[in-house]
Design a protein around this ligand. Sequence first.
Ligand SMILES: [Zn+2]
Ligand SMILES: [Zn+2]
Length: 348
Amino acid sequence: MKALKYMGPGKLEIQEEQMPVPREQEVLLRLRACGICGSDVHGYLGLTGRRIAPMTMGHEFAAEVVKPGAGATKFKEGDRVIVQPIHFCGTCENCKRGLTNMCLNKRFFGVLTVNGAMAEYAAVPEKLLYKLPDNTDYEIGALAEPYAVAYGAVKKAGNLEGQNVLIIGAGAIGLCILQIVKLQNPGRIIVSDLSDTRLAAARAFGADEVINPKDEDYMEAVSRYTDGRMIDTSIEAVGVQAAANQSIKCLKIGGQAIWVGMSQKEMEINMQDIVCSARRVIGSFNYTHEEFGEVVDLIGSGRLNAAKLITKTISLEEVKDAMDDLHMNPDDYIKVMIDPSIKRGKRK
Ligand SMILES: [Zn+2]
Ligand SMILES: [Zn+2]
């Protein structure tokens, strides 16, 4: 089978590989859609150390069942599935608390040394599979992963009905957050970003107001758009110092900031902004296996504007060029999908 191998910074090659053989409790999958994540682009460039060559990237994916392995009984040939990509043990102390995303023995498909879905086939434990809802395309199914990252963050905020919400960052995750927040009937939703292109996308996905900190005073704009009441819940989806501080300063007394962005490891935060205003800062990392299932249901309900997130669909052969372009012109894309079953330039 064909696999797109990461061979070191800036190097991606199509290679012929042995077909994976499903082990006990695993299922052999023919991969039908795989999203390119920002973390894949950073990994490809060698910036994060989160992709260790040689390996196959790809953690946002949907597929067709080819063959269940021994002891795998829940799915049969031809079934359409979405994969929750964090393989958890189910027995460690974090798994026992339901925090499968924090499993002490976890293996994340398409991350570090674990081969993922930028290939024609993969073998995956049956327990990680969810049925792709009927009338839902594989590409939409592959979006369950970024939606789940967003969902995990929004869920930590609790009930948002009537609340003013500020979303910082209008990349793919920020736009997923925006859609999930909107389902809760909040008060005002404000989105901020340094790119006017991404802010236009946020408007198209239903942001009430947008702020570009390059063009206007941040706190003054937040105050104006909330009639001086400021923000109940902010969600930070960038992960740099300026954005992290904005996520706290914009809050009303006792408000909460959810941090899901993560880029800059260490930064300066004004502690008084948290302590002296009795605000809360809450971290959110990925999603539990259960939350992923809730997102699959949400996608099946058709209440999300998922198709609009996909900028284009490409073959495995086109991924390297796409990664370079995603790096050089990030504003031109929301989500690029790979269909490993198509050839360069050919569409079904
Ligand atoms: Zn990702
Ligand atoms: Zn575990």
